[in-house]
Each structure stands twice: as structure tokens, then as C-alpha cells.
Design a protein around this ligand. Structure first.
Ligand SMILES: [Zn+2]
Length: 483
């Protein structure tokens, strides 16, 4: 890593996803030695975004030598099976828990896509004839052959002048930011940055230095409320008990579901809430919970608390049981995936509970534009599920304190703690209003110039100027947002 580098060495970074949007993270680093893709996520949410998953990438899959994955969430891993099917032959580097969770998430994603394609064929609403899943479970399994587990904080040499290491960033189990030495520059990819306070994870570590920083901005324009999660959730649960209804919590199966289980257990132990039944209806959530037991070094839960979280939940595994749970009278709590109500078991509950006043739907995480979760948050009067409309009569509540993302203040503080001033900062993984608010805050508070790339934009990284590429297109920017 110490050999002299010619002044003419140049490398580029192209943002093939999470540029002006939250999903589809794919950052392509082209260097004279190798081509590296950092994250390989699926676009989710609005239809025009999901359609991007079917478009050809602006790079040949076979020309990418290495993929590095910051964490297992679908918007960072969900495109891997397509990349492999299209000819990627290299290694996919990731941490132990990320590898375990990625296998669970990709198999689930493939299964859902196969089921959706089947459903579309039978219901006759597919525009493709026949409807084709984006990838199959077989494609997902093929991807697993490329996974290469890396230890925390250990440098991995990729080529003569390029190496990287993972550092914990407190977002979900196994999640990390990436520090990469590329010729004479240190590039840091934040991944999704966690909060300072979490029930199960340590706060994000701080980069040693950063010449070039790629930072997420999911909550770049917002602060999380200062109220405690316990107080907020306990009020909601007491209200549901009073109404003898069901508290339906759509939840990401990885991370959020486990935090909710921990929190509810804790509240029962402290007698903040009575011992009402809590169901977790997500086979993926169950598998993900097992990963917590397998990787004790990656979280801060003592073994007895892990066991407790496991024992006090009623697990629902097949769809027949789902319908039995739906018929059980309240009060009860049901946690089910998916978190943004885009698919999964939660839709069966939603269909049955949405029309009754005594029930509460609790949104606990980020809701992307175009999802049923975002529609509910916007107080729509009806929701379309499996091709039919259902009126919204249940109460819809939101809890931001359980978010797995740093808010604006935490993002700024994390950057402020980096010992040097980065030459270049790229803001990704945010809706335009969030990214631009963070861009402004970075300028005003830190005195640094940041830029929010647009979809497929390429930047030359050898110099210190932000030279924008000519190949930028901006298909995903909403019309009502101007910079
Ligand atoms: Zn994430």
C-alpha cells in the first residue's frame, strides 16, 4: 500500500442507485486495478423505481471483480442474484452476521417474487406474459456461493493499491461502514448509520479519517423525537387494551422485529404493560432472531436477555396459523413483515383489521414513497390489498423513536468526529428533501461542500473538485422537488 502512485492515476465513482432516493444502493468504484461495487440493493417503493430493477445496469456484471456489502437489508443486497445471473464471477465480501442475514433475506425475497409472479398469472393482472419473477430461489442460492465472510476491523487487500475494512455502524446486526484505501485516498462509505442509543447495538464507530465520504441521508432533514420508546409504546398498548383490539405492528423482519420484541419484554418485566399475547408472524423474523444467538460479539444483549426475547413470543409459521391468530379476540399484539406493507404476511392482517375502529396499526420505521405504509401515514381513506380496496377505520399511529437510522443531528455529529476534513462528500440514500437539507446543514455547520448525486452520475475522484459526469440522468427525482 505504500508504493508511489502516479499523479495521473484516476478513478471514478458512479451512483447507480440510492441517488435522490432511499433504495437501490449501488456505488460503483472503477479504478485502474479493479472495479468494485459497494452494495447491490433493490429499488423499492414507487412503481417507477421498482421498474429500475428490470433495467440493464450501465456496467457489465462480468466486469465487476468485487462486491462489498455494508449490511443485509434488501435495499443493499436485493439485486445480488440478478448480478450473479448476469455474469458476476467475483467475491461478495460481508461480515458474518450480514452473510447469515443476507441468505435469509434473499431467499425470502426470491420466494415472494415467485409467489407474486404466480399470483399475477392466476389473477390475470400481469403486464408480462407470462409474469416473471426478478429472480428465483435457485438464483439466490447461486449467489451464496460467492459470499466471503470478513472479520471486523481487518484489512482485506483487493489489489496492489486497494484495500478495505469493515467497522461497526450500529444500524442492524452485522452492519458496518467501509473504510477503503484506494491509491492515495481513503474513501469511507457510511452504509446506513445507526443511532447513538439502541436496545441491542453499540453506537456507530468513527472513521479513522476520510478523504472522500459517501454518507446516507434517510433522516437528513429530521430529528427523532426526544420521548422514550417505552413511554410512547406503553401508551399505545394501553389504548389497545382499553379498546380490546389488536395492535398490528408492520415491521422489518431483521432488526426492527427484534428491537420490538426486546422492548415489549422489558415493559412486561417492569409491569408497564399487562402480559397480553405477542405474536411474531414472520418466518424470516424467526430465522433472523436465531442469528442474534449465533453472533453474540455483534450485539450487546446478554444471553439470558436473548433467550427471554425468544421465549416470550408466540411464533406463527404457516398461513393457516395466521388465520387462526386473525380470529383470536383482542387485546393482543401482532408483529408481522413487511415493514412498509409492500408484501408478506402483514397484508393478511391488514385486510382483516383495517376496517375496525378498535384496532391500531403502528408504523415504526421509514415508509418509502409509493408504499402502503406511506399511504397510511398520509391518512388515506382506503388501501388496495390483493386487488381490492379496504376502508381505513383502524387508528394509524407512528413511532419514530424506534428508527434504526441516525437523525440529522447524529449524522452531523458523526461527521464532525472524523479527525480530518474530507475533500469530497457525496450524499446518498435519501429522498431529495432529506439529502438537500443535509447538504445545507453540512455546509452551514461543518463548512464542508457536499454534493447529492443524481441517478447514474459519475464523478472523477482523483482531483479535489466535484466534476460532475456527463452521463447523469435523473429518472427518480420527483417533479415537485427542485434543488
Ligand atoms: Zn438498512
Amino acid at each position: 500500500m505504500t508504493s508511489p502512485v502516479s499523479e495521473t492515476q484516476s478513478f471514478t465513482l458512479q451512483f447507480m442507485g440510492a441517488a435522490g432516493v432511499v433504495t437501490g444502493s449501488k456505488h460503483l468504484l472503477r479504478t485502474p486495478e479493479i472495479t468494485v461495487l459497494i452494495d447491490c440493493g433493490l429499488f423499492q417503493g414507487l412503481k417507477n423505481l421498482r421498474q429500475l430493477n428490470r433495467q440493464t445496469l450501465p456496467v457489465e456484471a462480468a466486469s465487476i471483480q468485487v462486491v462489498i456489502i455494508t449490511h443485509a437489508h434488501l435495499d443493499h443486497t436485493g439485486y445480488l442474484p440478478v448480478l450473479v445471473r448476469n455474469g458476476f464471477k467475483g467475491k461478495i465480501y460481508l461480515t458474518g452476521p450480514t452473510s447469515a442475514l443476507t441468505e435469509i433475506i434473499l431467499l425470502d425475497s426470491a420466494k415472494l417474487q415467485e409467489e407474486d409472479a404466480d399470483h399475477a398469472i392466476h389473477a390475470g393482472y400481469s403486464k408480462h406474459s407470462p409474469a416473471l419473477p426478478l429472480y428465483t430461489q435457485e438464483d439466490a442460492r447461486e449467489t451464496f456461493k460467492h459470499l466471503q465472510i470478513c472479520a471486523h476491523n481487518e484489512w482485506i487487500e483487493l489489489s496492489k493499491h486497494i484495500r478495505f475494512r469493515f467497522k461497526k455502524n450500529g444500524h442492524i446486526l452485522g452492519s458496518c461502514f467501509v473504510e477503503m484505501d484506494c491509491f492515495e485516498k481513503r474513501i469511507v462509505f457510511s452504509g446506513d448509520l445507526g443511532k447513538q442509543e439502541s436496545y441491542s447495538l453499540a453506537p456507530p464507530l468513527i472513521p479513522e479519517k476520510a478523504d472522500i465520504l459517501v454518507i446516507e441521508s434517510t433522516y437528513g432533514d429530521r430529528l427523532h423525537p426526544a420521548t422514550s420508546s417505552e413511554k410512547e409504546l406503553s401508551d399505545i398498548i394501553h389504548d389497545v387494551i382499553h379498546k380490546k383490539g389488536t395492535l398490528l405492528i408492520p415491521s422489518f423482519a431483521v432488526g426492527r422485529a427484534q428491537d420490538l420484541m426486546l422492548l415489549i419484554n422489558l415493559m412486561k418485566k417492569k409491569n408497564f404493560i399487562p402480559d397480553i399475547p405477542v405474536y411474531l408472524d414472520s418466518p424470516m423474523g424467526k430465522n433472523a432472531t436465531e442469528v442474534y444467538r449465533d453472533f453474540p460479539d455483534w450485539h450487546k444483549l446478554p444471553p439470558e436477555q436473548c433467550a427471554d426475547m425468544w421465549n416470550n413470543i408466540i411464533w406463527v409459521s404457516d398461513l393457516k396459523e395466521t388465520y387462526k391468530v386473525i380470529d383470536k379476540p383482542g387485546p393482543k399484539i401482532v408483529i408481522a413483515a413487511s415493514g412498509m406493507l409492500t408484501g408478506g404476511r402483514v397484508l393478511h392482517y391488514l385486510k382483516n383489521y383495517l376496517g375496525q375502529h378498535q384496532n391500531t396499526i403502528l408504523l415504526t420505521g421509514y415508509q418509502a414513497a409509493g408504499t402502503r405504509g406511506r399511504a397510511l401515514r398520509s391518512k388515506v381513506h382506503e388501501i388496495k390489498i390483493f386487488g381490492s380496496y379496504y376502508p381505513v377505520k383502524a387508528e394509524v399511529k407512528e413511532m419514530a423513536t424506534l428508527s434504526a437510522h441516525a437523525d440529522q443531528r447524529e449524522l452531523i455529529n458523526w461527521m464532525k468526529a472524523i479527525p480530518n476534513k474530507p475533500e469530497r462528500i457525496f450524499i446518498v440514500h435519501g429522498e431529495p428533501s432529506a439529502s438537500y437539507a443535509l447538504e445545507l446543514k453540512i455546509h452551514d455547520e461543518l463548512g464542508w461542500n457536499a454534493v447529492t448525486p443524481i441517478m447514474n452520475e459519475t464523478f472523477e475522484l482523483a482531483g479535489k473538485q466535484n466534476i460532475r459526469g456527463a452521463d447523469a440522468t435523473a429518472p427518480a427525482l420527483p417533479e415537485n422537488v427542485t434543488k
